[in-house]
Design a protein around this ligand. Sequence first.
Ligand code: FPP
Length: 232
Amino acid sequence: MNIPKHIAIIMDGNGRWAKARGLPRVMGHAQGVEAVKKIVKSCVKIGVKHLTLYAFSNENWSRPDHEVKALFKLLEDFIDKEFKLFHENKIKFNIIGERQRIQKDVLVKMENTEKDTQDYNNLTLNIALSYGARQEILNAAKILAEDVLNAKIGLSEIDEKIFSSKLYTKGQPDPELLIRTSGEMRVSNFLLWQISYTEFYVTETLWPDFDDKELNKAIEEYNKRDRRFGGR
Ligand code: FPP
C-alpha cells in the first residue's frame, strides 16, 4: 500500500461526541486528545512523515471563553505529558498559525518543545493553532511585497516555490491526503494553498472515535484514487 508522506486532518465532532453522551463539550475535546495520541503513534508506525492536525482555527477564538481556555489547557497538558512520545519516536513538534495571539506562557512552552525536537525527522507533527489559511497566504504575500520593496527579490522571480517558502509549512511536502471527521464537506480555511491537488476523504466517524482502523480505511481509499494532477 502506498502510504502518504503527508496527511492533514480536520478533527471535527468532539462536541457532538460529548453531547451524545450527555457530557460537557470539553470532555469531547479531552477524548479528542486521546485520539490524537493514537493517530500520532499509528502514523509513526506506518511511516507517515508529516501529520498536520487542525487543533484551533482563527474562527475558534469566538467560542465561549471557558471552552477556549479548556482547549489551550488540553494542548498545554499534551506537550507537558507527551515529552516521552516525542523523544522516543523522534517526532518533530511544530506549530503553525498566528503565534502572537497565543497566550505567552503556553507559547513559550510550545516553542521550547519545538526547539527540543527540531532535529528529529521521523515524523513532523504540525499542530495548526490560531490558524487560518487565508491569513497564512496574506502573510506570505506581505513578506514577499516587503522583500520586493527592499529590493531583496525581483517581482518576476516570485514563483510557486518561493511563495511556498513563506508559508508556515515551508520545506514540507503538500499533503497527499486530507481527512475530515464527522461528515462535514467543508475545508474551513485549512491549508488552502497546500491542498491544491490533495485527495479529500470524509468520514462520518466523530474525531474521538477515530482510530488506526479508520486511518487505515482512509489510506486504502486514497490508494484507490487515480491521481492525475490535472493531466490526462
Ligand atoms: C472540532 O470539534 C474540534 C475542535 C475545535 C478542537 C480540536 C481539538 C482537539 C482534538 C484537542 C487538542 C488537540 C491536540 C493536538 C492535543 P467541535 O467542537 O467543533 O465539534 P462539533 O462540531 O461536534 O461541535
